[in-house]
Ligand binder design. Sequence first.
Ligand code: PXP
Length: 391
Amino acid sequence: MPVLLSADHPQPLPVSLAAVRGDAELLLQLCGQQPCDWSILLVDDPLMARLNEQYRAKKGPTNVLAFSLREGEAYSDDAPLGDVVISLDTTAREAQREGISLRRRLQILLAHGLLHLLGHDHERSEAEAERMETAERQLLNRLDDKQRRTSMINLAINVDHIATLRQARGINEPDPVLAAGICELAGAAGIVVHLREDRRHIQDRDVYLLRQTVKTKLNLEMGAAPEIINIALDVKPDMVTLVPEKRQELTTEGGLNVSGQKKKLATVIDRFIGAGIPVSLFIDPDFKQVKAAKDIGATFVEIHTGRYCDAVNETERAKEFNLVAAAADEAHAMGLRVNAGHGLNYLTTAPVAALKSIEELSIGHAIMARAIFVGLDQAVREMLAQVAGRR
Ligand code: PXP
């Protein structure tokens, strides 16, 4: 195991260690290094301040310290490289200041620490500092090239709101089946509908018709109630997304408590997988729920983006964004396929769409709200531009 990554931090870490280890291994490889021991320790500010004082006689924490084991005497190519210590607290502050994810800031510090271990230094002379800066930029560019998405993230559109409007009048328009066709023609990669037990918006007729008309992918969102499970098994959508469902809620409020009902959900998953229907579990960005979803055989998880979208200030938003990114990375590293959604709009979608572990976003309300003013085709195309990172 060339990269030995460990964390000594009192709080749960808002980053996937599996993803960070993968980044470090790739950086090592991109530096042309033979597999060799590289130890990385993630700590908090108080511990970093103690190390900074002990080894550099400097007060207060810093972001990264590097201790090379290859200085001085001759060493072989597979000799241990050394240690890099990173303060997660300082990294999180820097990430927020720069408007980037915690994982991205860690990548920058890992690249910086690694170059120190390989002999670079920015304190000896200006020329060396410039050389190190160039090497760091090139290394990060090569990392980005390797990790670049090969395909665009999919946009799946939830058309429940069209049915809500129809049900308000109790007549037959507007029709969510027609809306689904317009969304597909505008470029949506999938259609999502939630057949609720109280049938407040989508009706059984919609689901059966959509099964016949949707040409991309039909994702049936549902609570794990026996009646709805039977309908889903009969309709055979391309996938189902299991969500918690409460009668009084306006929309799905939180993620599934997978870890608290593993046995029940595992039985439901087995029935769908047995019928050839992949199952996604809608979960909060929480490692415990990610692990439970993996344990019981889910194919996908859909990471709940609601708290990120509802954040009332930038600090809160950055914190919630890191939780979404970390949960997506962790799920991806475990071999789960990863979707995300809830509450995403024309301002909050682009950063989530840039996360490489996520393959599909599920968006409804924001698109339908805009469609009232600019038309559905235009609203979908504008959201696709956000998803593609073009504003
Ligand atoms: N994902 C899930 C699991 C949902 O329940 C919903 C809401 O129906 C969405 C995504 C879409 O959320 P919004 O309508 O806020 O875009």
